[in-house]
Design a protein around this ligand. Structure first.
Ligand SMILES: Cc1cc2nc3c(=O)[nH]c(=O)nc-3n(C[C@H](O)[C@H](O)[C@H](O)COP(=O)(O)OP(=O)(O)OC[C@H]3O[C@@H](n4cnc5c(N)ncnc54)[C@H](O)[C@@H]3O)c2cc1C
Length: 460
């Protein structure tokens, strides 16, 4: 089968590429290949009753399928160059911001209207942070919430389905280059096009590595973020979350000079398990619908580890630490901050005795047996620093879940057009290692779509 453009992966990167291509040129023949299911068939079998933990489905419905890894996420679209990826290093800060705003407009036009856009600009909290050795990063945050995020994806699919050929449950096995065309080899057949956009996200990282090796495309990798998820009564952070919703706060530790940062804040949300390649780590969700909200707020505290030669397997390092918590707790471990400071494990009785009602049923234990001392020291220091701007953070009952790991894809060598050394072969989104967020991944999709549409138009 021949197409004008082949897109591999139907996460935000792939979806927004297809959307923009069609918007500019309805005549383009576009195919999207997706290893996972259509949105309405994406279901994780864990129901907490019959299936309590991951059964390693051949294709994980949380990470794969229409909507990609973000389909069941909190749907926080951060409009900023300060975090979420380094797209701006390739396309410039102004262009990156414009594209993120444009993505926001599309989301608003497809079911997101009415959701709130928060901003750190002019916030008094920023001053409060500076006075206490904390640094609040600048951003506007559109919070769709898990429920509205799903509605937006449903609407985008309705718009695209008659204009683009979707091939679900169709992982692309290899890419071949022949006669100036790219050929996607799948079990179901072979498909070719002059332009190929690869947007395979985190779940496609191993596949991406193979493609780069086979085609001789350069890559770099040296970072992993490791830490815990913190859960506390919503009131402790409500003066911040009511105004900003999500605040990204960075702290440099006095002891080692390491940077610790808050990540993925979920006001009145729930802590959840996450399965990455069979390893159980922790994450968080929140909902726009008040009926689904809880009394707690959760966020991650992460320390970035950058490795230098000769060590190359930064993700393997993160996986080993997560495995240790799985070994001790059969999954995620939980510990009260007070127990951690006193050097004692949390027990079911101590957890029951807490004023805080945890939202995740994890195994009470001792995080100091899992996390490297340097990382744990940094987290403890930051909790005390946060206590100054949000009193109650360093309370006895503040719950810490571990471990939270943020894996990064290796960075693929692409130029300012996000094009590899092969003309017409683009690598975008989280699979490129350049983006790590919904907004940046979506923006990268729009960016390459505009270039491809321009090239196609000029060629006619
Ligand atoms: C639980 C969770 C919550 C999150 N919350 C947020 C949030 O609130 N805000 C935020 O900014 N970010 C969030 N993220 C991160 C965000 O989801 C990602 O940054 C974003 O989805 C990246 O988009 P992408 O298109 O690059 O990749 P993905 O969304 O990962 O999509 C890639 C797609 O490619 C498919 N694929 C992989 N290999 C192949 C192959 N060989 N052939 C065909 N298809 C293939 C996969 O099945 C997948 O569907 C969250 C992530 C998770 C897991």
């Amino acid at each position: 089968m021949k197409y004008d453009v082949i897109i591999i992966g139907a996460g935000p990167g792939g979806i927004f590429s297809a959307y923009e291509l069609i918007k500019i040129d309805q005549g383009l023949r576009i195919a999207v290949f997706e290893a996972g299911h259509p949105l309405d068939r994406r279901r994780c079998p864990i129901d907490g009753i019959k299936v309590k933990s991951c059964i390693n489905c051949s294709c994980c419905s949380i990470m794969s399928g229409f909507g990609g890894a973000g389909a069941f996420s909190d749907g926080k679209y951060n409009i900023t160059n300060d975090f979420g990826g380094t797209l701006y290093e390739h396309i410039g800060k102004k262009e990156a911001l414009l594209l993120m705003h444009y993505v926001d407009e599309i989301n608003m036009a497809h079911g997101g209207a009415g959701t709130k856009l928060y901003s750190t600009a002019g916030s008094a909290f920023k001053t409060e942070c500076i006075r206490n050795g904390l640094h609040l990063l600048d951003a506007s945050v559109r919070h769709l919430g898990t429920d509205i995020n799903y509605v937006v994806l449903e609407n985008l699919y309705q718009y695209l389905k008659d204009r683009v050929d979707f091939y679900f449950d169709t992982p692309v096995e290899r890419i071949e280059i022949a006669d100036g065309e790219y050929r996607a080899i799948c079990r179901q057949g072979e498909f070719s096009a002059k332009e190929c956009v690869i947007s395979v996200g985190r779940s496609g990282s191993k596949w991406m590595e193979n493609v780069c090796r086979e085609l001789g495309i350069g890559t770099r990798s040296n970072r992993v973020d490791i830490g815990v998820r913190v859960e506390l009564p919503a009131e402790v952070f409500s003066h911040i979350t009511d105004e900003l919703y999500e605040s990204k706060i960075v702290y440099r530790t006095e002891k080692y000079g390491d940077r610790v940062r808050t990540f993925c804040m979920n006001p009145r949300g729930a802590v959840v398990n996450e399965n990455t390649n069979g390893i159980i780590t922790v994450n968080g969700h929140s909902y726009e619908d008040p009926a689904r909200q809880t009394n707690n707020t959760n966020f991650a505290l992460l320390v970035s580890k950058h490795f230098s030669e000769p060590f190359k397997d930064s993700n393997g390092y993160g996986e080993s630490i997560a495995r240790l918590s799985n070994m001790l707790g059969g999954g995620v471990l939980m510990q009260r901050f007070g127990d951690l400071i006193r050097g004692q494990r949390s027990t079911p009785d101590r957890i029951k005795d807490s004023f805080l009602v945890p939202t995740l049923d994890a195994t009470p234990g001792d995080l100091s047996l899992v996390l490297p001392k340097r990382i744990l020291d940094g987290i403890i220091e930051m909790l005390y620093a946060l206590d100054k701007v949000a009193p109650g953070t360093a309370n006895n009952d503040t719950m810490l879940y571990g471990v939270e790991v943020k894996f990064y894809n290796m960075e693929v060598d692409v130029d300012e057009h996000l094009e590899t050394k092969y003309p017409g072969l683009y690598v975008i989104g989280d699979g490129s290692g350049i983006t790590h967020s919904l907004s940046h991944a979506s923006a990268s999709g729009i960016y390459v779509a505009r270039r491809i549409a321009l090239k196609e138009c000029a060629a006619r």
